[in-house]
Write a protein that binds this ligand. Structure first.
Ligand SMILES: [Zn+2]
Length: 262
């Protein structure tokens, strides 16, 4: 989620591997001219790394912008989905700009079955202190604030399927030992989100553009809180990223089992 809006500045420029399908205008045009996909084809899942290089989202405790966490995880998710036999479609390559509306339209244009936006979380400023890391600004939580969050929009025309996928995803996160942070439900300015499932950390957030303007079932996952030192350390460890990615793939597989049967 974009809580602190700043430029991502000069960060690590991730190398995009060839395993993910990248959306390009040419591909979109070709697809539109083609026929409708067969019902038995592999599920097409749009993976959306939140934010862009110029608007990097939350600034974490190590002075790294959220977009870099999102890009790195999205690449791993795409690779794992591809290996599992699905067709992942990445909205935005690392280093590229893209509007929220373009991301939402992409799923329909690409005849996708599912849309998952990947983010890393922060908190309201009242829960943060500004620190300096190697001469750069960073933000740190003033109290422990850890865990994941899931968001769905009831404005999305496929809300019930969106909620179902969020449920499957929440179950997977719980199974790998994650707990929902629940801080978005606090009755304070900027939060106060309605919890649809407190145990699984699923919130209703109708106005999120990538969810509400999406024609396909859409979910936004906040993987962890990067302003919290312990949670940032958790999501930065490769073994934990592997667990998170496996959980996402498992949720997609379960969703496919429920909805892909002819
Ligand atoms: Zn974000």
């Amino acid at each position: 989620m974009e809580v602190i809006r700043r430029s991502a500045g000069v960060g690590r420029r991730a190398v995009l591997k060839a395993l993910c399908v990248i959306w390009l205008p040419a591909a979109r045009a070709n697809n539109r001219q083609g026929s409708e996909p067969a019902v038995s084809r592999p599920l097409r899942i749009v993976i959306d790394p939140g934010h862009t290089p110029s608007r990097g989202g939350a600034l974490g405790v190590r002075g790294i912008y959220e977009v870099q966490y999102n890009d790195a995880l999205a690449e791993k998710v795409c690779e794992a989905l591809r290996s599992a036999g699905f067709t992942p479609i990445l909205t935005r390559a690392p280093g590229k700009e893209m509007t929220l509306e373009e991301r939402a339209r992409l799923a329909a244009d690409q005849h996708a079955d599912l849309f998952l936006s990947l983010h890393h979380d922060s908190a309201q400023l009242r829960y943060l202190e500004k620190i300096s890391v190697n001469g750069h600004d960073a933000y740190r939580t003033i109290k422990p604030l850890q865990g994941y969050s899931l968001f769905v929009s009831q404005v999305n025309p496929q809300f019930s399927k969106s909620f179902r996928f969020a449920t499957l995803l929440g179950n997977e996160m719980r199974q790998i030992g994650r707990t929902p942070s629940l801080h978005h439900a606090e009755p304070i300015a900027g939060e106060n989100r309605e919890l649809l499932d407190e145990t699984l950390g699923i919130y209703r957030f109708d106005d999120l553009v990538v969810l509400k303007k999406n024609d396909v079932p859409a979910v936004l996952l906040e993987v962890g809180v990067i302003t919290d030192p312990a949670d940032e350390a958790y999501v930065s460890q490769e073994a934990n990223q592997t667990r998170i990615v496996a959980g996402i793939v498992s949720a997609v597989r379960r969703y496919a089992d429920e909805y892909s049967r002819p």
